[in-house]
Write a protein that binds this ligand. Structure first.
Ligand code: ATP
Length: 319
């Protein structure tokens, strides 16, 4: 079965030991490994798929801990390099009482930002059936060039390119720069997933109507997805579009829901790429991806709550 290679950042989120506090009020923090591309790789592996992660970590306790987490979850880490001079990235994240997420990043610069094109495991990337990435790795050099090179190598080798921008506005110099750079690689992707919030940000329209999503459509795309939280997702292809409702679950922490959704989607697409042209098949794939996203919201943290096949099928078959 085809290999899914995920490229980008892996880091540690520090989350307060109690909920509903600001970062300043938090009495203590727990380590929560994350980074969207790494979460996607683990999501794929947990669902029984073949996954690899490509990125750079600090040559420190945290970096070695993260690489071990990849391996423990069955993710190939032969594309992971270590920087002797920079630390593994950290982010302090809290969900405040007002429902807003507050981020504080330690990237000055962190190891992930220092990955160079010369350090890429091109052999591994060349074996990808699907190559997945976000936009955080586009923010600064030399990682940006490494990202573009990896995309090029994967594409030349015949991989489908999958893009989840995962907007983190505080990391960019300005909203305009974020929009411009995120859209600068839009035409290369075969599959793009955005959240409702990202759709609004990228188009400048305060709605998730089909006409708004159409602004993000390109003839080069095979599938555009918009995730809508508890409402499920919308899909657009050149021949058909529609929506697939999610499942009703008791939401505890949404962290990683989008990554679980993408991991499940890619896991199923790599198994049967014809789902990209067949609406009935695609709707089943998206129902499965919704189930995986929904399950991930029922537990705290991203990686601990990513479902295995049995858990996913239990919810998938419940409705
Ligand atoms: P993230 O919080 O990881 O950044 P995201 O904003 O990219 O996520 P969401 O739209 O929050 O993505 O969630 C992804 C998918 O997970 C949704 O499309 C949906 O299928 C499922 N999902 C998320 N939240 C819920 C929920 N409360 N109930 C049911 N399903 C959910």
């Amino acid at each position: 079965e085809g290999l899914i290679v995920s490229f980008g950042e892996m880091l540690i989120d520090f989350v307060p030991t109690v909920s509903g506090v600001s970062l300043a009020e938090a009495p203590g923090f727990l380590k929560a490994p994350g980074g969207a591309p790494a979460n996607v790789a683990i999501a794929v592996a947990r669902l029984g798929g073949r996954a690899a992660f490509v990125g750079k970590l600090g040559d420190d306790e945290f970096g070695r801990m993260l690489a071990a987490i990849l391996r423990q979850n069955g993710v190939d880490d032969t594309g992971v390099t270590f920087d002797a001079g920079a630390r593994t990235a950290l982010a302090f994240v809290t969900l405040r009482a007002d429902g807003e997420r507050e981020f504080m990043f330690y990237r000055n610069p962190s190891a992930d930002m220092l990955l160079t094109a010369a350090e890429l495991n091109l052999d591994l990337i060349g074996k990808a059936a699907i190559f997945h990435y976000g936009s955080i790795s586009l923010i600064t050099e030399p990682c940006r060039s490494a990202h573009l090179k990896a995309m090029e190598v994967a594409k030349e080798a015949g991989a489908l390119l999958s893009y989840d921008p995962n907007l983190r506005l505080p990391l960019w110099t300005s909203p305009e720069e974020a929009r411009k750079q995120i859209l600068s690689i839009w035409d290369e992707a075969d599959i793009i997933k955005v959240s409702d919030v990202e759709l609004e940000f990228l188009t400048g329209h305060d709605s998730v109507e089909d006409e708004v999503a159409a602004q993000l459509w390109r003839p080069s795309l095979k599938l555009l997805l918009v995730t809508l939280g508890d409402k499920g997702c919308k899909y657009y292809t050149k021949d058909f579009h529609g929506a697939v409702a999610s499942f009703t679950v008791e939401q505890v922490d949404t962290t990683g829901a989008g990554d679980a959704f993408v991991g499940a989607l890619l896991r199923r697409i790599v198994e049967d790429p014809s789902a990209l042209q067949d609406e009935k098949k695609l709707r089943e794939v998206l129902r499965f991806a919704n189930a995986c996203g929904a399950i991930t919201t029922t537990k705290k943290g991203a990686i601990p709550s990513l479902p295995n096949v049995a858990e996913a099928m239990r919810l998938f078959e419940s409705a």
